[in-house]
Design a protein around this ligand. Structure first.
Ligand code: ADP
Ligand code: MG
Length: 482
């Protein structure tokens, strides 16, 4: 099936005498098996996965023993065909190998983190690193494993993230997760942080978007405090770096991150990195950094299939103020296919509408509330400028008002709605949206959550937001006098 398999099995014969000696001992055969397998996969795959397998023989029958369930699944799913062909060729059998997890997990504690005294030079100077708080970790409260729905499209990324959270620094470093917007990358990064802290409360965990990493770096240069920056990022046990594609073409930060990476890697600290693309497609990244991204484990997240979309909607619907019938959930799952944020947003609109109107949700209402989604084929992507301008006008403000620091009402609400719409209607990250408004990403997150709450309780706001959404989706028309 795979060319890897053919190539590798060919190697077995071509590189040798044409046929295997019949008299090999089982030890020789096992060495032969390993050599052949190794030739058929990348160095990385060999070191991370296949070299970890131990053999167990019952007569001729081979059982491969993996160190843990995750490794077992990975090897079987990704390399099962190759393993089987090599086994059959080397042992001249038609049997299929079996797999099991070891009964003797390695005795060493693979977590030198936390308990380990920091090297003298890396003694953290910031008060926050003594007792990690929600603020210093930057983790998003809601994004945990327990709220992450696992399906075909994200199973490997999820399993790898779990494995990393359970044993940070031990296996897959860095863990590199890539995939399109709204597919759960930030959610997984944050979940790793929460989970690791639950198990090892002393760990120093830091989530940071690449954009804020850059801002922080610039700031540290401006304040002439480069050491504080270094301590902040090199003194952590787990660094969760989001949206690394942002570094593309920015040489100075790439250089700095290269050193951060090396420092963390060498001291066995865990990194989890996300990107909207595979490293090979991060074109302006230097090879030395790109290849480091591939040192550990690369895994993608695909758009969710319909079952996963439905499962996510069902989960979200449990928190809705009114019950949502299954046919409505199915309708939404069929309507929105490739962005989970949009999927959740659609359900929020439907449930908010019904809460406001004190009406049960049915298919007809869902269709009405979401009609703009049905009718948006081939509309040019929306930019934040249009959203801000349209929202400002709808509320009788200017764009300058919205971007100002004024905290008077109803300007604040208008600004929050503009942020919410940027989040719902564009693929921009939180820091990118924040930058549009001269605010940081936590303000954006707070505003988005706030607007979601208001939508459920205030009909005027709901109607206005709904109408703005529909107009913006139709083509970014100017909205006044709703
Ligand atoms: P990305 O960082 O890839 O753009 P996010 O992590 O911000 O995507 O996810 C977008 C939204 O979808 C978030 O509200 C997140 O909680 C939700 N989400 C994504 N994947 C899942 C999942 N598998 N289960 C539950 N919610 C998910
Ligand atoms: Mg993200």
């Amino acid at each position: 099936m795979s060319t890897d398999v053919e190539r590798s099995v060919d190697n077995l014969f071509i590189g040798r005498t044409g046929r295997l000696a019949q008299t090999q001992t089982s030890g020789d055969s096992w060495a032969q098996f390993q050599t052949t397998l190794k030739a058929g996969v990348s160095k990385n795959n060999w070191e991370t996965w296949l070299s970890k397998l131990e053999p167990e023989f019952d007569g001729d029958h081979l059982t491969l023993i993996a160190p843990d369930e995750f490794q077992l699944r990975w090897v079987r799913d990704k390399h099962g065909d190759l393993v089987e062909s090599v086994y059959q060729a080397v042992y001249q059998t038609h049997q299929v190998p079996s797999y099991r997890v070891t009964e003797n997990p390695p005795p060493e504690q693979p977590l030198p983190l936390g308990e380990d005294p920091e090297p003298e030079t890396a003694q953290p100077t910031m008060p926050s690193s003594q007792t990690p708080t929600a603020a210093s970790t930057n983790l998003i409260q809601r994004y945990k494993f327990e709220s992450f729905v696992v399906g075909q499209s994200n199973r490997f990324a999820w399993a790898a993230a779990m494995a990393v959270a359970e044993q940070p620094g031990a296996h897959y470093n860095p863990l590199f997760i890539y995939g399109g917007a709204g597919l759960g990358k930030t959610h997984l990064l944050s979940a790793v942080g929460h989970e690791a802290l639950t198990m090892y409360p002393k760990l120093v965990v830091r989530y940071i978007s690449s954009e804020n990493f850059l801002n922080d770096f610039i700031d540290s240069i401006r304040r002439k405090r480069p050491d504080a920056f270094k301590h902040r990022y090199r003194g952590v046990d787990i660094l969760l770096l989001d949206d690394v594609q942002f570094f593309e073409g920015k040489e100075q930060i790439l250089e700095e991150f290269f050193h951060t990476f090396n420092s963390l890697y060498e001291s066995g600290k865990q990194m989890v990195i996300s990107s909207d693309r595979h490293p090979r497609n991060l074109s302006s990244l230097e090879d030395r950094l790109r290849s480091r991204f591939e040192w550990g484990l690369l895994t993608d997240i695909q758009p969710p299939d319909v079952e996963t979309r439905l499962a996510i909607l069902k989960r979200n619907a449990e928190f809705a103020p009114t019950p949502v019938p299954i046919d409505v959930l199915e309708y939404i799952a069929g309507l929105v296919s490739d962005n989970i944020r949009e999927l959740e947003g659609s359900l929020t609109r439907v449930t908010a509408w019904s809460a406001l109107n004190r009406r049960d949700i049915d298919l007809e209402t869902a269709e009405r509330v979401l009609q703009d989604i049905v009718n948006t084929d081939a509309v040019a992507p929306l930019g934040p400028e249009v959203i801000i301008r349209t929202t400002a006008q709808a509320y009788g403000f200017t764009v300058e008002d919205v971007l100002s620091s004024s905290r008077r009402q109803p300007l604040v609400l208008c600004r929050q709605i503009a942020m919410y719409l940027c989040r719902e209607l564009t693929d921009l990250s939180l820091p990118k949206i924040g930058a549009q408004f001269n605010r940081d990403h936590t303000t954006v997150l707070h505003s988005v959550e706030k607007v979601k709450r208001i939508l459920r309780s205030d009909r005027a706001v709901f109607d206005r937001v709904n109408q703005l959404t529909q107009e913006l989706r139709k083509g970014g028309g100017v909205s006044t006098g709703i």
